[in-house]
Design a protein around this ligand. Sequence first.
Ligand SMILES: [Zn+2]
Length: 335
Amino acid sequence: MEIDVNSAIITEDDWRNPIMTYLRYPTLPSEKRVRIMALNYLMWNEDLVRKSKDEVLLRCLGKKEYMKVMGETHEGICGAHQGGRKMCWLIRRYGYFWPTMMKDCIDYSKGCESCQRHGPIQQAPSVPMNPVICWIWHKHSNSSCFNPLLIMLKLMGRQNQATRTSKREATGMTPYALTYGHDAILLMEIAVQSLRIAHQHNLVGEDYSQAMLLELEGLDASRIDTLNKLLAGKQAVSRAYNKKVRNKSFEEGEIVWKAVLPLGTHVAGYGKWSPTWEGPFIINHILGIGAYRLQDTEGEIHAAPINGKWLKKFYPTMWDSQAIQTDPGIETRLL
Ligand SMILES: [Zn+2]
């Protein structure tokens, strides 16, 4: 690849300037740092050349030239929008060098608008789980509730008796037992008498009430045990969920891309080449746990809030960031 740039024009702030001056006029006073660096370089027809470890000569480029080289390599005719490391490897193979080439290539590829617009969408949650335990007890409305048989008969008309009489994995108890202190009696247990039914039939009125009250008194302890079990369960679920969390948070005024929703939406005429991200947008307001309100570049505020997992940071292209360094006013003009 040949770059049509006149490298003989070297400005004051060019990184090559001190090395070239030393190589041309070695007797002039110079910094020790420059003299050590210059060991790896030589002059070749007015150009600075670096001797690489594998004895290959690499042409040294100034900022104007290397921006052109990175542009050609990443998005030119032969460019394939490669990542920064691959770009750096290619540029070195073409025979070019500048000291910050790896960092610059990574920044260039990060800031490529096309790459950002077509990047993959990761569906990992952006904030840790906020577990909620719903802890509601049924009230005992009258003494008939003490009689499991009556309760069972009341439940008979309901669709959900199976759920109320099945043990839950999270609590190790049935919802019925957590409310009344013992499990409901199933019709089957009356037809084919179970041990507890046989025991109940041996109790006279007073003893029966005593037994029921004892069970209710023991209920508080069972409920605390259950609550602890629930908490432990929720913590285990949170731990598993939080492993997947990719911490992403944005600040007001930050520029972001927003995923094109619903996922997989195709833009007419683009088919499967449709962009996956749209924008850029500006974070107008932080609404709370991972939710944001966006604003477009014309200043219009979006009504619907958006979950942070559908947003990603916007990186300005290196062409813009180069311009920003020299002309601070350009940043506002870009928006
Ligand atoms: Zn790209």
